[in-house]
Design a protein around this ligand. Structure first.
Ligand SMILES: [Zn+2]
Length: 209
């Protein structure tokens, strides 16, 4: 567990981590960061992940800066395509990644023990809140087995996938096979990723990566 040196004023792990980051990626004219600042970002992969502190896509996939274009939100939800004047942060990130960066792969990364999914299936689990309950209610829980939150998280991923296809600029490259959409489920306890196989049914649908 990292200490927060900035808050306590003592020499701390995150400051050491920052120095390690600079040595590895940013020092010298030929560093990865110097190169990225010259050529800009050209990620091939976009990830929609949860805010959960245990599910960091770049760490899990051991990526370098510039490799992944990431948007994170509570319960890694892709909302429906709602083209109005509202403030649609996730949709804006998708538009940036797909229309402007032209990523080739879109990974929807769900995970076990998701607090957002728990809040969806049991409103009392979190208590009173302003934004979380309305946000997670994007997911329709009618088909959910409320005793199995991880199965719910997998069904929520399938709903996000269906929502993706409402976005015209996602549907088009997806149909033309210039964009692949992947449904992945990360198991926190084992660190394993399972991928969704649309041709199979039930739990056999999810096979190890
Ligand atoms: Zn989560």
């Amino acid at each position: 567990m990292k200490n927060l040196g900035i808050l306590t004023g003592t020499t701390m792990d995150i400051q050491e981590g920052y120095q390690r980051f600079r040595r590895k990626y940013a020092l010298g004219d030929r560093s990865i960061m110097a190169g990225l600042s010259q050529v800009g970002q050209k990620p091939q992969i976009m990830v929609v992940a949860c805010c959960d502190a245990r599910v960091d896509p770049a760490l899990i996939l051991q990526c370098d800066p510039g490799d992944l274009f990431v948007v994170r939100n509570v319960a890694n939800i892709v909302p429906p395509y709602t083209c109005d004047k509202g403030h649609h942060g996730v949709s804006a990130a998708l538009e940036f990644g797909i229309c402007f960066l032209k990523v080739k792969h879109l990974i929807l990364l769900g995970h076990s023990q998701c607090g957002g999914i728990q809040a969806l299936i049991n409103r009392e689990s979190l208590g009173e809140n302003d934004f979380i309950a309305p946000w997670v209610s994007i997911i329709n829980k009618d088909r959910f087995n409320l005793h199995d939150p991880d199965a719910c998280a997998k069904l929520a991923l399938e709903q996000s996938f269906q929502n993706c296809k409402q976005f015209p600029w996602i549907q088009k490259p997806f149909m033309q096979k210039t964009l692949s959409i992947h449904l992945w489920f990360f198991d926190i306890r084992t660190g394993c990723i399972f991928t969704h196989n649309a041709e199979k049914q039930g739990e056999t649908r999810w096979i190890p990566l």
